[in-house]
Design a binder for this molecule. Structure first.
Ligand code: SF4
Length: 725
């Protein structure tokens, strides 16, 4: 199909200085865990997006010197020619597909703890970082300023040599250039502090020097948070935001504009549970609308709808559609719009699980929606191409159509298996996502700062994308409302069986804190409920509720938010020192904390339930078990542990002779039925099994390329050649 002409505007070229973007799709800098030390992953991850139609692909933040070292997290680095050589592979991959390659030159100031290099970061003023612990910068005198500007120039020259087309002087997320500009960081009284002109001087001079060094060959970009959201103590769009764009407009070829800082950068990478698509519009639009720049502007806001993209361009809000998460979830987003295949778009759900891996520090990029993200090089996976399975003549029965089962059946179908039957006991496919996506609305009112509790409705894209894909596959049949017994599975007629029957919440209170059931836990008690029962309304919840939250991620807090929003008096108890701790990594935590406070939820961190009695809960402080807490409640929500529903698999496995007699070659266990984990992990598990269904033993994942130094070896080329044939 050809593209709809209403989207033509998205495919117009845009000139940025000496370079031209072939269309308006631009992968802004975002972390992927590759840095400069996993050049294969870096190149293939960005290269895949270039192949998918993005006109530019950028590195993540790229350190320009050991003084800006962010270990334990993974940044790119361009400290020397060897780093440049590693990054040059990414440039080659981008160019192969007609895309430009961008590099985001980064100096962190006090936000660079320098744990590997042991250097001292320099900063405009000696105030400890609000993001890192106990990290102070060294005050920059005039010599230091010249020195750091030299670092930028040296890095820019190396970047040009590596083949980069776009060179950023990165000042968003409260890094060094913005630290000079913002009075929140800059308390200087010399020529680099005080007045706007003085505070802007460092950034302006650095742009001048970088432009002079490489501006004839490379487009110069700057990422700028036009509003740091601190009010008058930081940068505000209506004052310094607009002023700086006007001040430095002649020095850049492209503005990459956003909002927020590093300590709460979820205001920029807004999770869908608090922010709608294009949520940065109120801050970015005034720059263009007020004619404050003559240069192209790129911006973000998890824009996934092609119609929204058109509006964003036509309204003059932006010239270029920037994307980080939408490009991770679907590297082929531009190509699909161009080819009129909108229903094939794998839409980002805004869960921020991708970000969580970088925040944790080091593991490669993952994505809930796109199991191939980060696997392009090391496993050789392509998000849109599937090799025919060597055993494609076999028939497969997948039991359970939750995230793992849906993904597995879809990939098996795309690999051309002769017949794939996906059989689900519930009336609809989707598994736990169907009720999870109903969570998180609270009372739907505004947060205490920015963002509104919008709920997890966008997570339903997990189901809709796979439903559409499964419908298109002629070799896949989906049967719902069908619960198969062990004998029925065995006698179904399939040669390969995959069990993806999910998991359930523990009803005896077995939990990660004590590794024991909880005294008084009783599945038959109508006043004890599990999260799914709350959402589905299968048990009644009384006015006074205690939520026992042992999970550490979104479930307990989401249930508390829902019930408090409905008017219940809610107490939340967790053994952890903070509620929903993993949400720190997904950037949802600050907004969630504000919402729970606004809703009046009573929080008891470092507290564990000791026993449950009708109408009463006894708990203790985990640091002093003698210190008891007593709660009079009507209902207890048991968000404790989860338990795999693996009986079917265990029974099949217990009788291999019967399996063989029925013609079943093998049975596999995937997703939560194997081990309850995140949705992203379940989807990956289903995808992995289907990708390797023709491997010698599909139950055991094939090895992947590990980009590492091997003593005495220069490269792992032989292994790569073997993998790629
Ligand atoms: Fe989007 Fe979630 Fe994938 Fe990140 S992990 S790209 S937020 S779907």
């Amino acid at each position: 199909m050809a593209r709809d002409s209403k989207y033509d505007i998205l495919f117009e070229p845009v000139t940025i200085g000496p370079k031209t973007l072939k269309n308006r799709f631009y992968q802004v800098p975002h972390c992927n865990g590759a840095g400069s030390e996993k050049p294969g992953m870096q190149a293939y991850n960005r290269g895949m997006k270039a192949e998918g139609g993005w006109a530019a692909v950028c590195t993540e933040y790229c350190s320009i010197h050991p003084e800006s070292d962010d270990i334990m997290r993974v940044s790119a680095r361009i400290w020397d020619d060897e780093d440049a050589r590693n990054l040059s592979v990414m440039c080659d991959k981008a160019h192969e597909h007609g895309a430009l390659a961008g590099i985001e030159l980064w100096y962190g100031g006090p936000h660079a703890p320098c744990m590997e290099s042991r250097h001292q970061p320099r900063g405009p003023f000696q105030i400890a970082s609000e993001f890192e612990i106990n990290t102070y910068p060294r005050y920059m005198d005039a010599d230091d300023i010249r020195l750091v500007q030299r670092y930028y120039v040296d890095a820019a020259i190396r970047a040009r040599q590596a083949g980069f087309d776009i060179v950023y002087v990165y000042g968003a997320h409260s890094y060094l250039p913005l630290q000079f500009l913002s009075p929140y960081y800059n308390k200087r009284t010399d020529a680099y502090g005080g007045s706007f002109d003085n505070r802007a001087r460092f950034w302006r001079e650095t742009l001048e020097k970088v432009r002079e060094a490489v501006g004839d060959d490379c487009a110069i970009a700057s990422r700028f948070a036009v509003d740091t959201l601190y009010g008058g103590s930081g940068v505000q769009v209506g004052t310094d935001g607009v002023r700086f764009v006007e001040h430095a407009d002649h020095l850049v070829d492209l503005w990459d504009l956003n909002v927020g800082d590093i300590a709460e950068w979820g205001q920029d990478a807004g999770p869908s549970r608090f922010f709608p698509e294009n949520h940065q519009k109120p801050y970015i639009e005034p720059i263009r609308a007020g004619n404050h720049t003559n240069k192209p502007v790129v911006g973000v806001g998890r824009v996934t709808s092609p119609d929204t993209m058109v509006k964003v361009i036509q309204s003059g809000q932006l010239d270029i559609i920037g994307a980080a998460r939408p490009s991770i979830s679907d590297p082929f987003l531009p190509r699909k719009i161009e080819e009129g295949r909108l229903d094939d778009i794998r839409e980002c759900i805004g869960c921020n699980v991708c970000i969580s891996r970088w925040e944790i520090g080091g593991p490669p990029l993952i994505c809930t929606q796109n199991a191939t993200a980060g696997e392009e090089y090391r496993r050789g996976w392509h998000p849109e191409k599937y090799s025919p399975a060597a055993n494609a003549d076999k028939s497969v029965l997948v039991v359970g159509a939750g995230p793992a089962g849906m993904e597995c059946a879809m990939v098996l179908g795309k690999r051309g298996m002769s017949a794939v039957h996906l059989v689900e006991a519930a009336p609809e496919i989707g598994g736990s996502v169907n009720w999870i996506s109903l969570l998180g609305h609270g009372d739907g009112k505004e947060n205490l700062f920015r963002g509104t509790a919008r709920g997890l409705g966008n997570w339903k894209h997990i189901v809709t994308y796979r439903t559409i894909q499964l419908d298109k596959l002629k070799n896949v049949e989906v049967h719902t409302g069908t619960r198969l017994s062990t004998a029925e599975v065995r006698d179904y007629g399939a040669e390969i069986v995959v069990i993806a029957t999910g998991c359930h919440w523990a009803r005896d209170g077995m939990n990660s804190a004590t590794h024991e059931p909880i005294a008084g836990a009783d599945p038959a008690a109508d006043w004890q409920v599990t999260p799914d029962e709350v959402v589905l309304g299968t048990k009644t919840v009384g006015p006074r509720v205690l939520v026992l939250e042992n999970e550490g991620y979104f479930m307990g807090v989401s249930v508390a938010q829902k019930l408090a929003g409905e008017g219940h008096d809610v107490t939340l108890v967790t053994q952890a020192s903070d509620v929903g701790s993993y949400m720190e990594f997904t950037l949802e935590a600050p907004m969630m904390h504000r919402d729970l406070h606004r809703l009046g939820v009573h929080l008891y961190p470092s507290t564990m339930v000791e026993r449950l009695d009708p109408g009463h809960v006894t708990a203790y402080n985990v640091w002093n078990p003698e210190h008891k807490e007593h709660f009079d409640v009507d209902t207890v929500v048991m968000c404790t542990g989860r338990v795999s529903d693996d009986e079917l698999y265990r029974e099949l496995k217990a009788d291999p002779a019967a399996l063989r007699a029925a013609g079943v070659e093998n049975a596999y266990l995937i997703g939560d039925a194997a081990a309850p984990r995140m949705i992203a992990d379940s989807i990956f598990d289903g995808h992995r099994l289907a990708r390797e269904i023709d491997a010698p033993d599909p139950a055991i994942p094939l090895p992947f390329i590990r980009e590492r130094r091997i003593w005495g070896e220069v490269t792992n080329k032989d292994y790569e050649d073997q993998l790629r044939g």
